[in-house]
Design a protein around this ligand. Structure first.
Ligand code: C5P
Ligand code: MG
Length: 190
């Protein structure tokens, strides 16, 4: 199995690059943000609770997100591998993911980080907000709060995987296909 974490702050291009990677490598895409928004649209209990966090740009509690990922993986045990997009967001989620993968007799193959600075992210997300229909993309304060959550809770994961020699950063600014080929040059080693 090839299990990839596509890492990076909100607006770094994780969703865009995931689409390209999954068509080339035949992996299953897990976007926890998309799963949470689907729960919200379906009006489930989980979705309603998550909405309070999402609308403020805060992270949903670990147990909720971990449970969702576990369900998704259990339903897709025959996959060639997974792209984790927007997950893990905390060290606790990273540790839970490692033990889930161990249960499936596999592990994280590589972590690819899309590196983009804050002002560029804010610009991109506000632009995306014009068409995405996402309220959390339309308000600069919410966007900056999402970035703060990223710095405080998510960025430490980079070290967690660097220590395991799994983290590789890629410049996330420039031509989409150029960035994709950088990602491929790492993935083709597997
Ligand atoms: O990943 P994405 O940017 O689509 O996530 C949107 C929002 O969903 C985040 O700002 C956060 O509120 C919530 N989320 C979360 N935990 C995750 C993924 C998403 O709390 N692992
Ligand atoms: Mg996304």
């Amino acid at each position: 199995m090839l299990n990839l974490i596509l890492f990076g702050p909100p607006g770094a291009g994780k969703g865009t690059q995931s689409e390209k990677i999954l068509s080339q490598y035949g992996l299953k895409h897990i976007s926890t943000g998309d799963l949470l928004r689907a729960e919200r649209s379906a009006g489930t209990d989980l979705g309603n609770k998550a909405n309070d966090f999402i609308s403020k740009g805060e992270l949903v509690p670990d147990a909720v997100v971990i449970g969702m990922v576990k369900n998704y993986m259990t339903e897709n045990v025959d996959a060639n591998g997974f792209i984790f997009d927007g997950f893990p967001r905390t060290i606790a989620q990273a540790e839970a993911l490692d033990s889930m993968l161990q249960e499936f007799n596999t592990e994280i193959s590589i972590v690819l980080g899309l590196e983009v600075e804050e002002d560029e992210l804010v610009k991109r997300l506000l632009l995306r907000g014009e068409t995405s229909g996402r309220a959390d993309d339309q308000n600069e304060e919410t966007i900056r709060n999402r970035f703060q959550e990223y710095l405080n809770k998510t960025l430490p994961i980079q070290n967690y995987y660097s220590e395991k020699n799994k983290y590789n950063g890629v410049v996330g600014i420039g031509d989409i296909d150029e960035i994709f080929s950088q990602l491929c040059s790492h993935l083709d080693k597997f």
